[in-house]
Ligand binder design. Structure first.
Ligand code: CDP
Ligand code: MG
Length: 159
């Protein structure tokens, strides 16, 4: 019944000191964190993670951004975890992301601005877009032994 999703707190979220606030957004609705670590990736790893974007015009800026500091990688489990996490994260463009979403609450710029500045859209979070992407990304970022099987209070006392 439950599925998994990968979330990354990108270098902007780490450097801005938003790790705690972002993790709270995931824990509050009862998503279960089953893996979490801090990683500083290089260009090769970026090309693996963003393989669908490597040929795109914005990729150069995205790569520069994503290797510019450490990332906090998280795996959550829950009912429709992928869709629920995307809802919590909000639109790719912070300008379009609704208030109440992570991107809408903590950023505001748009793509016209970042394109002009030759910067990536610094939108704090990566979240898997669908179940297939989630599976591939979790395998890329985590080994089986880094994912933990335990019961939350929701499982023990709420459901
Ligand atoms: O992250 P998400 O799945 O919402 O969006 P994406 O279309 O898969 O793009 C991946 C990431 O590339 C975005 O989150 C942005 O950080 C960046 N990007 C960018 O810098 N400029 C664009 N025009 C589009 C995306
Ligand atoms: Mg994506």
């Amino acid at each position: 019944m439950t599925t998994r999703s990968l979330i990354l707190i990108k270098p902007d979220g780490v450097k801005r000191g938003l790790i705690g606030k972002i993790v709270e957004r995931l824990e509050r609705p009862g998503l279960k964190i089953i893996g979490m670590k801090m990683v500083w990736i290089d260009e090769d790893f970026s090309k693996k993670h963003y393989k669908e974007h490597v040929e795109k015009e914005f990729y150069k800026n995205l790569e520069k951004f994503i290797v510019s500091g450490p990332i906090v990688a998280i795996v959550v489990e829950g009912v429709e975890a992928v869709e629920n996490v995307r809802k919590i994260v909000g639109d790719t463009e912070p300008y379009k992301a609704l208030p109440g979403t992570i991107r809408g609450d903590f950023a505001h710029h748009h793509v016209e601005f970042t394109n002009r500045e030759k910067k990536a859209v610094m939108n704090l979070i990566h979240a898997s877009a669908n179940k297939k992407e989630a599976e591939e990304e979790i395998n890329l970022w985590f080994s089986e032994s880094e994912l933990h099987d335990y019961s939350t209070v929701h499982e023990d006392h709420v459901f």
